[in-house]
Design a protein around this ligand. Structure first.
Ligand SMILES: *Cc1c(COP(=O)(O)O)cnc(C)c1O
Length: 466
């Protein structure tokens, strides 16, 4: 017990420091440095037991050399922030250490999951009492569910007979969609993935029909990973209805906007989708991991995935076995991802999530306006604030090969300096032919305008002499 109390102290200290802006975001080391052992921090496994004293040291070191993703100046990923109630939820979940597959061993968590999914479906706008869903290990897996369920809907025999039971299928998605859509289509035996934007919108499914393919599935992204752009769901839904295609909305990043009366219009038409991916672990600030796949038609999840394993899902249990939801999952054992989310929802209320989303979008707008007219920045306009910083040495250069090449190297260099100094973190990326730019995403509830100002100061401090 003493040991446990000491661990709690390590954790609470860590949390306190994470919110203290004078603490660094990270203490960066190269892999070889960590592998060689930092100040006695030895990653190698040992044959003999270590003392609990040493275990405490290991815990401290693990946190010390990690990255404080809850720090107000951490902007590197779509999932950031350290919500205290969410953290408590995670601690309780680990303490309970159970498995989501049956009501038998997770009665409370299974009910929480059912109720929360129902609420999320109502927020999407599906009629009350309709639909189904399940929490999955992440947006990529939720997207995979959508492809599997769509295929099951149109060609149920694939479940027993394999791909030979289906015609040649085509899936559509945009160039900017998340790579997990391509992955899901490959893993499900469809190598025919076409980019929506390549074709005249109304004609593209027809072209494939004429070639003997069956257009089956369209993914519309609600909040693209890099730019935060929203596909026009209603327009896409019209086409899907016309050609009897499955419409999936990937709201892994932008799904949280559904909680905001001010911003949910960006997902107008989402209620026409057949399935929706929504990651509370991104914009809503729920600790990793927490992602839901929502399906409008009840029964498909079960039909697509159930294997009726007799050793686990006995049908003669003396309670309502409809609550043994585990057979809907592609997993067997399933982590309890629901509790922290449920607890946060209790603590904040629906209005609390709404305020959080509105605040994140306000901060994005603040950053956008701040750099719009500032010397040395260029921006393509999008919901995520994506921008180039041009060091003074590049500012006079005409737009051409030389400038592009030099600009391409600026963001990685600034990022490396940022990590060495450990003061803040923001991601950069290329997109298509574009040179590397910074992608500023705000989902961190601890961030304020002063942190945005700080980020810009740091970019200029590191980049000024490049
Ligand atoms: C992040 C993201 C995903 C993947 O979600 P994970 O939880 O990381 O698996 C899928 N789609 C979009 C649009 C995303 O931004």
């Amino acid at each position: 017990m003493q040991f446990l109390l000491e661990v709690v102290e390590i954790l609470t200290n860590y949390v306190r420091k994470t919110f203290d802006r004078s603490t660094k975001v990270l203490d960066f080391h190269h892999p070889h440095q960590l592998l060689e052992g930092m100040e006695g921090f030895n990653l190698e496994l040992s044959d003999q037991p270590e003392s609990l004293e040493q275990i405490l040291v290991d815990c401290r070191d693990t946190l010390k050399y990690g990255v404080r993703t809850g720090h107000p100046r951490f902007f590197n990923q779509l999932s950031t922030g350290l919500d205290i109630v969410g953290l408590v939820g995670e601690w309780l979940t680990s303490t309970a250490n159970t498995n989501m597959f049956t009501y038998e061993i997770a009665p409370v968590f299974v009910l929480m999951e059912q109720l929360t999914l129902k609420k999320m479906r109502e927020i999407v706008g599906w009629p009350e009492g309709e639909g189904d869903g399940i929490f999955s290990p992440g947006g990529a897996i939720s997207n995979m569910y959508s492809v599997m369920i769509a295929r099951y809907k149109y060609f149920p025999e694939v479940k027993t007979k394999g791909m030979a039971a289906a015609p040649r299928l085509v899936l559509f998605t945009s160039e900017h969609s998340h790579y997990s859509i391509k992955k899901a289509s490959g893993e499900n035996g469809h190598n025919n993935l076409d980019s929506v934007h390549n074709r005249t919108k109304c004609l593209f499914p027809l072209v494939f029909c004429l070639q003997g393919y069956v257009p089956m599935f369209v993914n519309a992204t609600a909040g693209t990973t890099v730019y935060g752009a929203f596909d026009p769901i209603n327009e896409i839904a019209d086409i899907c209805e016309k050609y009897n295609m499955w419409l999936h909305v990937d709201g892994a990043w932008g799904g949280g906007l559904l909680m905001s009366r001010k911003h949910r219009h960006k997902l107008n038409g989402v209620e026409r989708a057949n399935s929706v991916t929504w990651n509370p672990h991104k914009m809503m600030g729920v600790p990793l991991q927490c992602s839901a796949i929502l399906v409008r038609e009840r029964g498909l999840l079960q039909g697509c995935n159930s294997m009726c394993a007799g050793y686990l899902f006995q049908q003669d249990k003396q309670y309502d076995v409809a609550y043994d939801t585990g057979d809907k999952a592609i997993q067997c054992g399933r982590h309890v991802d629901i509790f922290k989310f449920w607890l946060m929802w209790k603590a904040k209320g629906t209005v609390g999530f709404e305020q959080h989303i509105d605040k994140c979008l306000d901060l994005s707008a603040y950053l956008y306006n701040k750099i719009k007219n500032r010397e040395g920045y260029e921006m393509p306009q999008h919901t995520n604030v994506c921008f180039w910083y041009l060091p003074p040495s590049l500012r006079g250069l005409p737009d051409g090969e030389e400038r592009r090449e030099r600009l391409h190297k600026v963001a990685p260099k600034i990022k490396a300096m940022m990590m060495e100094s450990g003061t803040t973190m923001v991601g950069y990326q290329p997109q298509g032919e574009k040179v590397n730019f910074f992608r500023m995403v705000i989902s961190n509830p601890a961030a304020t305008r002063s942190d945005i100002d700080f980020l810009i100061e740091e970019i200029e401090r590191f980049g000024n002499d490049l």
